[in-house]
Design a protein around this ligand. Sequence first.
Ligand SMILES: [Zn+2]
Ligand SMILES: [Zn+2]
Length: 498
Amino acid sequence: MANVVWHEKLRIHLDLTRDDLGHEGLPGLWDTIYATDRLYAARSVPVSQRGLQCGGVCQEAGVVAWMHLRLRANGRREAVHEKAEDEARHTTPMSDEHKAYQERILLAATAGGFGGDCEVRTRVGRSWIQTDTLVEGADGRRIGWEVQLSTAGEHGPRSVRARASKAAKHGIVPAWHTDRADYAQRSDTQWTRSNNLPAHVIAKAGDLRVVSGFRALDFWHCGVRALYPCPNGARRCGKHHVTPKPRDVLFDDLVRKTAAGEIVPIEHRTASKTHRFWVTSTDRDRLEDLRSDDTVVPPLSDKDVPGGASANRPTCRPAAAVTALARPVATPSEPLKVTIPCQMPPIPSLPAVPATVPAPSPAPTASGVSFASSMRTYVPFGVPKTFPFPQDLLDAQVALDETRAASEEYAKTLPWSAEPMPGWESDKQLHSTYVSAKPDSPGYTEEQAAEVSRFRARLLELSITVSTHSFWDSVAASDRVEARMVLKHAHESAEDEA
Ligand SMILES: [Zn+2]
Ligand SMILES: [Zn+2]
């Protein structure tokens, strides 16, 4: 028996627990539908041709389960599955694996200082939201975990988008987890997947890895040396784009960080599809910056030639930048110690002095600005608000700017494509005498590829240091965006004063 029936022809759900079946505007609905079903039965029309399906557990599991109606002597209305195995779906005890996941989620949440509960019903208006495991996170954040293992039908769970949207609309962040690759590939919600594991492994405290559904956003400049093709067309557009790259994450971390708001669901639209996955809140913020902040996406010359316009802001001079990357090994005479929490040794093969930069680029003329020494006092310049940025945060932001500049400077020494590519010559552009052309590219050497990925790792690390700094907790939420903007320009104004 089930309480919810899907009427195939009318395309509505019938709630048998309600007098009006949940449809105030359709008086006499039960009488009509019941009489019709009886008539079919009298004519021996098979149940599978009467247009009534289980609209509850079976439908959610992606199974078409035909039903007929029954009226008890006490007036009770019932819907009965045609097949016993569908009926069994409603009473089957939860699998051990499923239970193990519920326990694991609650344990991980508790270890992170968050509460939670299983099988939570949250009333919303006249219906409710049933949540497999609900984690009560920070700042009133609620994460609704739905674990979908191998019990569903061949088409997988249905109405996922509708259920996830309904939860989100009522303040529950939907988090769907599965051990099946076919579910994980769907884009109806931010599916995460772990490998298919037995209950005792899921329940153990050891590493449980999430192998899909979490991504790191790779931000890149669409110049001729970009590693990826422009998503908007065949030619380089000069803008910044983002490429999501799959990353593993531990399940316990996922549980805790979603509760803390450090891992968040996003939608990423491409031309043909909306992709849904999880990213760090840092990446999400950077993505929002990318879309809203023109200091992150400076206007660029389309002539991306050595010594030409840099993708960087004008104050981040190449010369200072290239030397800067080696700077974390602070010399004793330096007035300020650079204290970046997760400091890495300098990139070994990166030239420490500009003269050894593998040219073709002309040796940049050094402006000799010492970022560190000019930064001790930060006086905001031309901005309405001031923020007491701690020195290590200011240092990390400078290191980030410098590393980015150094990385872009290094990129100028590289062939224009990572892979070997034939050259090309474009048509003349309107209002421009510039005809872009490229010789054949040999592709990156192994060392160059390694260097590029070292730069990327260092940039990622620094951007995480900056955006997850504990200072941000002391800034009112409404001021955070502005504070981040002010920080980005902090060293510029310090230089102006120097
Ligand atoms: Zn059913
Ligand atoms: Zn582009």
